[in-house]
Structures are given as structure tokens and as C-alpha cells.
Write a protein that binds this ligand. Structure first.
Ligand code: URA
Length: 412
């Protein structure tokens, strides 16, 4: 194993063999390959890319760096959804219980928020007592019992990805399509799925700024998953404005519960149903029924109870997490909302404390936005455009200033 040669070859745009990639990842996971060499390798990949064969080998090597789920054979398909991340994206909170109700098993391993994008684990942890740190054994048992588990990456789950993602985060090498593909797909493939749907976002509130970039990422992820024997679907969604009307941890859980109660914002319900239909193996009408008749909502209660929370807390989340300053922002003028910029709202939510600037930061469950206007809606001067939940008046002022720049009202 001569790592400097591999780095130099990648730097010069050559293709490494699957065996070389596997040895590199094995060495990095064991600590034999130091961070500085892996950082140089990641930067070489950032500039030179990888072939499809290399990306598949990297995915497999990262998946094999730890344990994979083993599922009991049975008629219930094992399925999941992955989103490349956005602002106000609480779709997993609705989709996982919904798809479990449709007769699937959903071993959903999610991540935390970083930068402007939120994370499912942070949202779940706004439910008092909710435990996302489960062993694979506990997770498998719950999956068989209630058909769904929502958890974080364990020490033994794709450890190579855990280490490499943290390194990429501090070396400017996150936005590389082969590295993102291998990172996401290694975790999803370690769930040992039958079907996977990828929600690939693009726009100001997403990793991928343009639809063309999102298409490239989607096609690489689909190719890797298909090559590994999984039925993979990708759906592209714009992330130019937040999903739904709430951004912030507890505020998003509240909105997800509204959707599970058969209500909630139209876009949240629609996107969830479109994604769920790709993997659930039942009709759209059946999925709608499961949302509207309370089945999916009861499944969320089951998840919460199984993972250490109290379902009776769900309707009380707004009281449990109450920010000191909760105020509306009035429309400055009458007109039609032309733009609600997801990236800027994500930035404001981050500064309010809803997200983390670096991986070691904590998050504030209470703060953020709700009752957000959507583009295309008519507003009158003075009518509320959103409500900001802040810890202090100074924070409110900061968020209001950013929000005012994020929203454009057309007066003709
Ligand atoms: N999410 C991941 O899990 N990995 C990436 O590389 C980017 C987003």
C-alpha cells in the first residue's frame, strides 16, 4: 500500500482500481492512513472526479467498513427515503410512519443538521426523551415489531463515512458529486434495502444550486444503488423556498404532525405522497387514506413510545419549547409574494440557533419560523408574512432583517 502514489495518480486524473480504493478506505478506517493523506485524496477527487466504477467501489468500501442491517426474510419490503437536505424539510417525519403503515419496514438512519440545512435527528430530539442512539440489535428488533425505526448512525454503521464526512467538512471537500454519492449511498446500502427513493433538492436552500447539478447527483446515486441490487428512484424537487410553512426543530415536528393528522401545508403533503408512492407498493389513494384516517399519526405515536418518548407530549410541543420572543412580521406592502428565499431563511434560522455552524454545536429546539407565506399568495399591507420565534429581541431583529430580504412582494 503506497498512499502517496494513489493520491498522485488521482491528482493526475487516473483511475484507481476497486482494490486500491478498498485498501485506502480500510487503512483510513483503522487509522493507518492519516487525515492529511485522506484530505489530499479527497481534494484530488474534488478536482478530478471519479469514474462510475471508482464511485461504486468507494461506496462499497465505506459500506463494508462497519455493520450492515440483516433483516428477517418476509413479505414486508424494506424501504427508505433519503433527502439531500433543504430548509423546512420535515418529510421523513411524515413519510416513515406513513410507509410503515402501508406494510413496509423502514430502517431510517438519518443525520443531524449542519449549516443552513436541518437534520431529522435534531427534529426528533425535540420530542422529550426521544432516543435516536440505538444499537443495530435494538433497531432490528423495533423494525420487526412496529415496522419502523428512526435513528442515528452508530459507531459501527459506516464508520469510514463518519470519519471522512467530518474531514471533508473542514477541508472544503463536501461539494463533490462522487464523494456525496458514496457518502449517502454507503449509508443507505448498509440499511440492506429492497427499494429506496432519493429526494434530490436544488436551489438556494440546497447543496446543489442548479437542476443540472442535481440531475448529475441523482443519476450517479441511482447508478450506484442499481449496481448494488436495490430498486432506486430519484425525484428532483426545487428548494428555492422552504418546504411547508415552518423552519426550526420543534416547529417542524408540529407541522409534520399536522400533516399526519390529514392537514398541514399542501406542498409538504404532496411531496411526501409522491416520494412514498415510489417505495410503498400501494396506490396514492391508499397512502392518502392512511394519512387522513389517522393510521400514520398513530404509527408516529408508536415510534415515539418505542424510542423513549411520550406520545402525549406531541400535542404539547409548542408549550414544551416556547421561545421568549414570538412575534409576527407584517407585510410592508400589498401585492403577491414573488419569492421566499430558502437559503436566506435557513441562514436566519441558523443564526437564531435552530441549526449548527459546526458539527460539535448544539441546537435550540424552540426557535425558528412558522406561518410562513408561500410564493403566489396575495397579501395586504400589515398582514403577517411569518412568525419568528427568538430567544431575545436582538435575535428577533436580526432574523426579521434577514427575512425582509428573503421575501419579495410584487405590487403589479
Ligand atoms: N449528506 C451526507 O450524508 N453526505 C454528504 O456527503 C453530503 C450530504
Amino acid at each position: 500500500m503506497h498512499v502517496p502514489t494513489w493520491i498522485a495518480r488521482k491528482r493526475d486524473g487516473e483511475e484507481l482500481s476497486p482494490a486500491e480504493i478498498r485498501a485506502l478506505i480500510r487503512g483510513y478506517t483503522s487509522g493507518e492512513v492519516p487525515d492529511y493523506q485522506m484530505a489530499a485524496f479527497a481534494m484530488a477527487v474534488y478536482f478530478k472526479g471519479m469514474t462510475a466504477v471508482e464511485t461504486a467501489a468507494l461506496t462499497r468500501a465505506m459500506m463494508d467498513s462497519g455493520d450492515c442491517f440483516t433483516h428477517r426474510p418476509g413479505p414486508r419490503p424494506v424501504v427508505d427515503k433519503h433527502s439531500t437536505g433543504g430548509i423546512g424539510d420535515k418529510i421523513s417525519l411524515v413519510l416513515a410512519p406513513l410507509v410503515a403503515c402501508a406494510g413496509c419496514r423502514v430502517p431510517m438512519v438519518s443525520g443531524r443538521g449542519l449549516g443552513i440545512t436541518g437534520g431529522t435527528l435534531d427534529k426528533l430530539e425535540s420530542i422529550p426523551g426521544f432516543n435516536v442512539r440505538m444499537s443495530m440489535k435494538e433497531a432490528s428488533a423495533q423494525l420487526e415489531e412496529i415496522g419502523v425505526v428512526m435513528m442515528g448512525q452508530t459507531e459501527r454503521f459506516c464508520p469510514a463515512d463518519k470519519k471522512l464526512y467530518a474531514l471533508r467538512d473542514v477541508t472544503g471537500t463536501v461539494p463533490s458529486i462522487p464523494l456525496i454519492t458514496a457518502s449517502i449511498m454507503s449509508k443507505k446500502m448498509a440499511e440492506t434495502l429492497d427499494r429506496l427513493v432519493l429526494d434530490v433538492k436544488y436551489g438556494t436552500g440546497a447543496f446543489m444550486r442548479t437542476r443540472a447539478e442535481a440531475e448529475r447527483l441523482a443519476s450517479e446515486m441511482v447508478a450506484v444503488g442499481t449496481e448494488m441490487g436495490v430498486e432506486v428512484h430519484a425525484v428532483l424537487h426545487p428548494m428555492s423556498e422552504p418546504t411547508g410553512r415552518a423552519v426550526g426543530n420543534a416547529l417542524e415536528v408540529i407541522e409534520a404532525i399536522e400533516c399526519l393528522d390529514g392537514g398541514g401545508p399542501e406542498d409538504l403533503r404532496r411531496i411526501t405522497l409522491v416520494l412514498a408512492e415510489k417505495i410503498a407498493g400501494v396506490s396514492m389513494a391508499e397512502l392518502e387514506r392512511l394519512l387522513d384516517d389517522g393510521s400514520a399519526r398513530r404509527k408516529l405515536d408508536e415510534i415515539v413510545a418505542a424510542q423513549g418518548g411520550n406520545p402525549a407530549d406531541l400535542p404539547r410541543l409548542a408549550q414544551i419549547h416556547r421561545a421568549e420572543v414570538v412575534r409576527e412580521v407584517p407585510a410592508p406592502t400589498t401585492g403577491v409574494v414573488a419569492r421566499v428565499d430558502a437559503g436566506m431563511i435557513g441562514q436566519a434560522a441558523l443564526q437564531l440557533g435552530a441549526g449548527r455552524a459546526k458539527a460539535s454545536d448544539g441546537v435550540d429546539f424552540a426557535v425558528g419560523f412558522d406561518r410562513l407565506v408561500k410564493s403566489g399568495e396575495s397579501v395586504h399591507a400589515g398582514q403577517p408574512l411569518c412568525r419568528i420565534h427568538a430567544r431575545t429581541a436582538v435575535d428577533f431583529d436580526m432574523a426579521e432583517a434577514l427575512f425582509s430580504r428573503a421575501v419579495e412582494i410584487s405590487t403589479h
